[in-house]
Design a protein around this ligand. Sequence first.
Ligand SMILES: NC(=O)c1ccc[n+]([C@@H]2O[C@H](COP(=O)([O-])OP(=O)(O)OC[C@H]3O[C@@H](n4cnc5c(N)ncnc54)[C@H](O)[C@@H]3O)[C@@H](O)[C@H]2O)c1
Length: 383
Amino acid sequence: MKTETVRFGIIGCGLMGREFASAAARWCHLLDTAARPEIAAVCDRNTGTFPWFLDNFPTIRRATDDYGELLARPDVDAVYVAIPHHLHQEVYCAAIGAGKHLMGEKPFGIDQAACEAILAASRRHPHVFVRCSSESVFFPAMQRIGELLEQDAFGQLIEVNTGFLHSSDLDPDKPINWKRRIEYNGEYGVMGDLGMHACHLPFRAGWRPRNVRAILSNIFKDRPDGSGGRAPCETWDNATLLCEAADPAIRRTFPWTIKTQRIAPGQRNHWYTEIYGTKLSVRWSSVHSDVLHVLKYEGGEQIWGEIQTGHETAYKTITGGIFQFGFGDSILQMWAAFLHELVHGKPIKRFAGCATPEEAAVSHRLFTAALASQRTAATVPLS
Ligand SMILES: NC(=O)c1ccc[n+]([C@@H]2O[C@H](COP(=O)([O-])OP(=O)(O)OC[C@H]3O[C@@H](n4cnc5c(N)ncnc54)[C@H](O)[C@@H]3O)[C@@H](O)[C@H]2O)c1
């Protein structure tokens, strides 16, 4: 099979820009791919980020601090944009308007209006492929859960719990950065940062929150400003959401809790998914990412079993099936999904696709309702 080369520009050469470049550099890890990314150009307003890219990627023909210049280049087919949230709308819409396929980072706009504007741009340019970054769904155990959902194995849903917890902000003396300022990160705070990770699989299952009661906490109200003073830290550190979720396919509702926390003592990068059903229940946590706990109920004893999932990936790799899977592997799988869908028009299977702009828009309706719920201490229906 001939492998197509898709020439990428990276806008935002920080933490996530480098993760994508690194995934592209080990594309040979994947088997049977219809397309491969080539890093053709990079853009960052901080030119100090360029040497790492230029030293490692001889394919880069241009490094610029002007994203408009990168988007004007005919030798760029697609872009990965990983920049602060207040710039998402402007840069994503410009990329789509320039006809560049787009992988945009979450939350896909700083607020609901920004996300709707990006969605509208995407609808105006249906030939441009647009997806939102979210990688935890590509862990093998999450893929297994997706298969069980496709098989309708759970019976009636009793409860779903998903979340993303870390403790990066437990230290009150950690200096403030853009992710802790409303102006750059958005009013959603931690929900904008971490929320899509907890919503991707449930949204792909077709579940939709009907309403939400949210409790949001701002635990440290100021932080060192990096110049000897203190700066206000206004963004929400932790969010606990209780939703009444609906599965339109079966017209039933069930409780869905979503926790996103930057101050979760003991946690580093903890994604989890729990689904409890009348016939089958599953629990997965990225702390023991190889392990999927399963309880099948057919009457009699209720026994949790443990499946070690190894390296059973949606997109085939050279790694033996017994070996462990990690964060970098989930990023590689997400990019394999993006390029597979770009070329073939659909993901290899339903739960092995990147989050869509429509799914991002649902997350914004949820987080906007959660903010209203916090303000009013009431349960708020989604618009
Ligand atoms: N998918 C994930 O797991 C994950 C993890 C972390 C962050 N993110 C998301 O990725 C995005 C970026 O986060 P990050 O952690 O990489 O941030 P970062 O601060 O490490 O990098 C952002 C980069 O954008 C650059 N930048 C700022 N303004 C710019 C402009 N006008 N033009 C060009 N470059 C500009 C900055 O100089 C910086 O290098 C955010 O949307 C964030 O929510 C996703």
